[in-house]
Design a protein around this ligand. Structure first.
Ligand code: ZN
Length: 281
């Protein structure tokens, strides 16, 4: 869906591609610091394309997003609300560049196989956004050190959004989205009191399982500190086994490389049966 949307963007705004020449170190009007310019150069060298960047309305509470297009072009999209907030704008640009740097260094994205089904329909339709979020939370762990070194996290505080949403959901059952929101709160909220506020709302909603699973996944991610694509895949698998617990230990998930996807590494999530462990005599 994103890609279709992107094609439209290209059609309408293609004239603006060169508005922000990366070579001068300007990025959406921000002068990037030299360490960050190095990241831009690495992304452009490895994709062989200039980064396309633009202010555009982002959905929900998102401040920015990034991707590599179907044509292999690295793209950074930033919400309009940041246009006049240079500190926050810089933080979100750098953040998205750090995601893109992982993309060009073979860190994978994950997509459900069309054959994986849920009670509510194909997983790729109803659960894909949750695994996209999970992938992002793991990637934030990968580049946490850099974001801290650049002292950029203090300009972005996500607290409050999930609490507002959860209050509206009272009476409904907690699902995977609620788990992911709780993981995000534990890993990314600045103040313990904000996590505590969300925990209380979850308890009032009777979402104890979402709290427990969220805590387990947050622990898996924060302890993992993955620094290779393979390490990311390992922690991702551990996390989805918590997020979507199989009906019995006989079942598990497996990841296979999507051979169709040429411009970055994408793994297909499938279900599998565990190999039977035989004891050596
Ligand atoms: Zn991110």
């Amino acid at each position: 869906m994103k890609f279709k949307q992107l094609k439209i963007i290209f059609a309408i705004f293609s004239f603006s591609v060169n508005l922000f020449a990366q070579s001068s170190g300007d990025f959406l009007g921000i002068k990037l610091r030299p360490e960050v310019q190095t990241i831009v150069k690495e992304i452009e060298r490895k994709t062989g394309e200039e980064i396309y960047s633009e202010f555009i309305q982002q959905k929900d509470y998102m401040l920015g997003s990034s991707l590599i297009s179907e044509d292999g072009i690295p793209v950074v999209l930033i919400d309009y609300s940041l246009e006049d907030d240079p500190k926050k704008l810089e933080a979100v640009i750098v953040h998205e560049l750090l995601h893109l740097r992982l993309r060009v260094n073979n860190y994978p994205t994950f997509v459900f196989s069309p054959s994986v089904r849920t009670a509510k329909g194909p997983a790729i339709e109803v659960e894909q956004s949750n695994v996209n979020d999970l992938k992002n939370l793991i990637e934030h762990r990968v580049f946490k050190g850099e974001m801290e070194r650049f002292a950029l996290y203090r300009h972005v505080n996500l607290a409050g959004d999930a609490a507002k949403g959860a209050k509206k959901q009272k009476g409904k059952e907690g699902g995977q989205t609620e788990v992911i929101n709780y993981v995000r709160a534990i890993l990314e909220y600045h103040k313990a009191s904000d996590i505590e506020e969300l925990r209380k709302i979850y308890e009032a909603n009777n979402w104890k399982n979402s709290i427990k699973t969220g805590e387990e996944i947050a622990a898996l991610i924060s302890q993992s500190n993955p620094q290779t694509p393979q390490a990311v895949e390992t922690v991702f698998l551990k996390c989805i086994l918590k997020l979507y617990p199989p009906p019995s230990p006989k079942y598990t998930f497996k990841l296979t490389l999507d051979p169709e996807n040429k411009f970055w590494r994408r793994m297909i999530i499938n279900t599998a049966t565990q190999p039977i462990l035989r004891k050596n005599k």
